[in-house]
Design a protein around this ligand. Structure first.
Ligand code: AHM
Ligand code: MG
Length: 343
């Protein structure tokens, strides 16, 4: 760290302005005398994985000059793609801790058991290690999404059914945004809190306590409008209203974490609807929709599949998809109203 940066951080710390994520988590844990510390450890491990992934994401642009993705590394193995790398980072940060019953990842077909050589714990961790990874090549923000459930089954280790729980049972959920700065945002049911990574000291610092979707919200809708012709007439009418009489503006990054982060900070309506090519939409219930639904609802917003809360849906399989409408409550309700009218 350069001396001025160090002085700045130390100065702020001495004035007690700075709260690191570890201090915040310990303070939160103190509010729950019955807590074992497992949950605090788990979030700490996610923060560690986020720092490692952030470092690699920041280096991605240098791949062309330092060696391409299909180069072989010194061990003669093919270098991994960033999303496969991120998957392994999260798994390795958690599998040996004794806190996790099993995991499920968008990158892995089946559930990820805890290796027999490690103890298993009570939490089920579900994650999308690097969402929007097709945006890496063009230097657009990407993210990691995570969610924790409690194991329900009786055995020592988690099973598939432990992963197939509805969103309302999530103990915590959140995301990491690798953007112009790296942010970790999470909720454990007592508000949404955001931390920004200070790369010079390698710490996540509390920057956005108690995040709430603003009222009144920005009138912004967010959808891939190139699919207009594939949508149902009701969906088409909704978007025609928003950009017509509704007086909405439009923003679409095409990277779910970044689009939802903007929606949290400014308000608006994010949509990834069903269409006649993808009858259940594109985004996944367990890895993308349910965790973000918990965050959005904890920030005072709403999250729906167009007809019911995303948090109520009981997943039938690990990689199930769902249509998705998220953001400011009044806008989500407006969308539900259009869909309820039918075609
Ligand atoms: P991925 O899980 O394959 O990375 O895809 C998910 C991404 C989201 O980040 C984003 O919201 C969506 O795909 C964009 O899809 P589209 O290009 O169809 O608009
Ligand atoms: Mg994804």
């Amino acid at each position: 760290m350069t001396p001025p940066a160090l002085r700045e951080t130390l100065g702020a710390m001495l004035q007690s302005h700075v709260v690191t994520i570890s201090r915040f988590l310990v303070d939160q844990q103190r509010l729950h005398p019955e807590a074992t510390g497992a949950f605090t450890d788990l979030l700490g491990d996610i923060a560690l994985a986020a720092k490692v992934i952030s470092r690699e994401v920041n280096k991605a642009g240098l791949v062309d000059i330092l060696g391409s993705a299909d180069d072989e590394n010194v061990h003669g193995e093919e270098q991994q793609k960033l999303d496969v790398f991120a998957n392994q980072v999260v798994i390795r940060a958690l599998d040996h801790t004794g806190n996790v019953a099993c995991m499920a990842s968008e990158e892995s077909e089946e559930i990820i058991p805890i290796p027999a050589k490690f103890e298993a714990g009570e939490y089920v961790v579900i994650f999308d290690p690097l969402d929007g990874s097709s945006n890496i090549d063009v230097n657009v923000s990407i993210g990691t999404i995570f969610s924790f459930h409690r194991k329900q089954s009786e055995g020592e280790r988690g099973v598939l059914e432990d992963c197939l729980q509805p969103g309302y049972r999530q103990v915590a959920a959140g995301y990491v945004l690798y953007g112009s700065s790296t942010m970790l945002v999470y909720t454990s049911g007592a508000g949404v809190h955001g931390f920004t990574l200070d790369p010079s000291i390698g710490e996540f610092l509390l920057s956005h306590p108690h995040m709430r979707i603003p009222e009144p919200p920005s009138k912004v809708y967010s959808i891939n409008e190139a699919y207009y012709r594939r949508w149902s007439p009701a969906q088409q009418r909704l978007v025609s209203y928003l950009k017509g009489e509704g007086g909405f503006g439009s923003r679409y990054i095409g990277s779910f974490v970044a689009d939802i982060h903007r929606t949290l900070l400014q308000g608006g309506l994010f949509m990834y609807p069903a269409d006649n090519v993808n009858p259940k939409g594109k985004l996944r219930l367990l890895y993308e929709a349910a965790p973000m639904a918990m965050v959005v609802e904890q920030a005072g917003g709403k999250a729906s599949d167009g007809y019911r809360s995303l948090l109520e849906i009981v997943p039938g399989s690990l990689h199930e998809r769902t249509p998705l409408y998220m953001g400011s409550a009044e806008f989500v309700e407006l969308a539900e109203g259009y869909l309820a009218e039918g075609d």
